[in-house]
Design a protein around this ligand. Structure first.
Ligand code: AN7
Length: 374
């Protein structure tokens, strides 16, 4: 028996819109670790089970690979020779890599100067046609939709419904690993595609309907749980400067250090409100300071390095725990959407600078003595 893992489409084939002849484009995405946090709950003095789903360990370093394997697979199946997306960075990295794998062209629109260095390097290295626009993600998204009307390019942003189909598999993995759905599931929210995809995944697994699924509008749930299995309460956390779900309206000039979620006009606006309603969840916002503090806390107390946007899920949960909105005893999963290496500039800016010394034994010993506890 072979144990070679070949990606989430093969693993969840029966639950995804692929056929026998579909040419699967995969880089071995999915099957990311669900890490139980051991130090952080003690540190905040809360009796909770807190786990992080580290999506930064996907092939291009973010959860976008789950959606991109499906979107590019379906684009190739349909005979498309080029894909296009607007991106705050991670979608462009994934699109570039999967297009390279498929041997097709990728065009990515990114906001000039506002995407993290690692993500830019990925899109460039994979040979994408990188188009920097003098505008933000929302402007790029509008342009992509306009251009795709007249040009032979397939949009691979999350308005492409195959994206959410791929991303829903993260929820399958969590239920399979925990043996049940968590009580709460927290995610950073930008376009709100991922929170919607997770809800679709949890709903399918529980054999329950959801109106958030654009394919079926609530009619195609898998009936495996007999319609009775539990689903989590879904929590969506936004950066305060880019929080349309908190304002209850689109935001025209979003700003945040978490550039991945610097989005003011979310594409899955309606679906995300449905997720909130159906799950009994909520949206909340975190300041840039809270986001960076959570990122550093994860890195320094748990050894987990995620990018700033990803830490928003943990920052939000810390806030909701402090407020008593999440009760003690709860099992909570936070999605860490992307790897910390994506954004080295932000990591370095908030960390202690390295010391520079002579290349001598004495100098090193001095540094050790100075830094030993006690
Ligand atoms: C690390 O790459 O929209 O709420 O263009 O990169 O599903 O949009 C990125 C989004 C969270 C938000 N965390 O997810 C893009 C892009 C990270 C991200 C989100 C993104 P959605």
């Amino acid at each position: 028996m072979t144990t070679h893992y070949t990606g989430l489409i093969e693993r969840y084939r029966s639950r995804l819109p692929v056929g026998e002849k579909t040419p699967i484009i995969s880089l071995g995405e999915g099957a990311t670790p669900l890490i139980e946090l051991v130090n952080l709950p003690k540190r905040i003095g809360k009796n909770v089970r807190l786990l992080v789903k580290f999506e930064g360990l996907n092939p291009t370093g973010s959860f976008k690979d789950r959606g991109m394997t499906m979107a590019v697979t379906k684009a190739v199946e349909a005979g498309s020779k080029a894909i296009i997306c607007a991106s705050t960075g991670n979608t462009s990295a994934a699109a570039a890599a999967y297009a390279a794998r498929a041997g097709i062209t990728s065009f990515v629109l990114i906001p000039e100067g506002k995407i993290a260095l690692g993500k830019l390097s990925q899109a460039m290295m994979h040979g994408s046609v990188v188009i920097q626009i003098k505008g933000n993600f929302d402007a790029g998204m509008r342009l992509v939709q306009e251009v795709a009307e007249s040009m032979p390019v397939t949009i691979v942003n999350s308005i492409n419904p195959f994206r959410l189909q791929g991303q829903k598999t993260a929820a399958f993995e969590i239920v399979e690993e925990l043996g049940r759905a968590p009580d709460f599931h927290a995610l950073p929210v930008g376009n709100a595609g991922n929170i919607t995809a997770h809800w679709i995944g949890y709903s399918e697994y529980a054999g329950q309907n959801t109106k958030a699924c654009v394919f079926c509008q609530g009619a195609c749930a898998y009936q495996q749980g007999g319609g009775s299995a539990k689903r989590p309460v879904m929590l969506g956390y936004q950066a305060a400067g880019a929080a349309p779900f908190l304002r209850g309206a689109m935001v025209d000039n979003p700003e945040t250090v978490a550039t991945a979620i610097r989005i003011g006009h979310p594409m899955s606006w309606k679906q995300a409100w449905t997720v909130k309603e159906e799950s009994g969840g909520w949206f909340d916002e975190c300041s840039d300071e809270e986001i960076l503090a959570a990122q550093a806390l994860l890195a320094r107390t748990e050894g987990v390095f995620c990018e700033p946007a990803s830490a928003t899920s943990v920052a939000g949960v810390l806030k909701s725990l402090a407020q008593g909105r999440i009760p003690e005893g709860a099992t909570i999963v936070c999605t860490l959407t992307g790897h910390g290496l994506k954004d080295p500039d932000t990591a370095i800016a908030q960390s202690t600078r390295p010391v520079t010394v002579e290349a001598s034994r004495e100098a090193i010993e001095q540094v050790i003595t100075r830094n030993m506890a006690g």
